[in-house]
Design a protein around this ligand. Structure first.
Ligand SMILES: [Zn+2]
Length: 149
């Protein structure tokens, strides 16, 4: 559950500052607030892995987004024609799986326990409360705020 006084902009600004080595300023956080802590944890893991392999200055985040209801954080070598050495590639793949697995049971809106549902053709991981709100929003013709308290 997000703290009552949670401030998205402040949280993201702090992440940008802490992880400026791997997070270019133009990369957007194209997900809802409930996943921001997952992103924070995974950026830290990514830095640890890249640092260990001497790649901290050679790789960067390309995209942070939702796909098929899961969180995706794309981290690639900075130079297009470079690729990760095998051991690093395996660790990055492990991290990719952790990100996807964790997000698949974390409500994208509030961070509570959730599950991926199909909401009128759009997949999203939501807790029961936010799933109800999204279904109600679809039922009333997708008008007004989807999520409200
Ligand atoms: Zn929720």
């Amino acid at each position: 559950m997000l703290p009552k006084n949670f401030d998205r902009e402040t949280f993201i600004a702090q992440l940008r500052q802490e992880h400026s080595r791997i997070l270019p300023p133009h990369v957007e956080f194209a997900v809802e607030d409930g996943w921001l802590q997952l992103i924070a944890d995974r950026l830290r893991d990514a830095e640890t892995i890249l640092e260990k392999h001497g790649w901290i200055n050679r790789a960067g985040i390309r995209q942070i987004k939702e796909k098929f209801g899961e969180l995706r954080i794309y981290i690639r070598p900075r130079t297009e024609d470079e690729s990760y050495p095998d051991e690093l590639a395996a660790e990055m793949e492990g991290l990719r799986r952790v990100v996807a697995d964790n997000s698949a049971y974390t409500c994208e809106i509030c961070g509570d326990l959730g599950e991926i549902g199909n909401f009128g053709g759009y997949y999203q991981c939501l807790c029961p409360r936010h799933a109800d709100q999204r279904r109600a929003w679809i039922a009333r013709g997708r008008e007004g705020d989807i999520f409200h308290d």
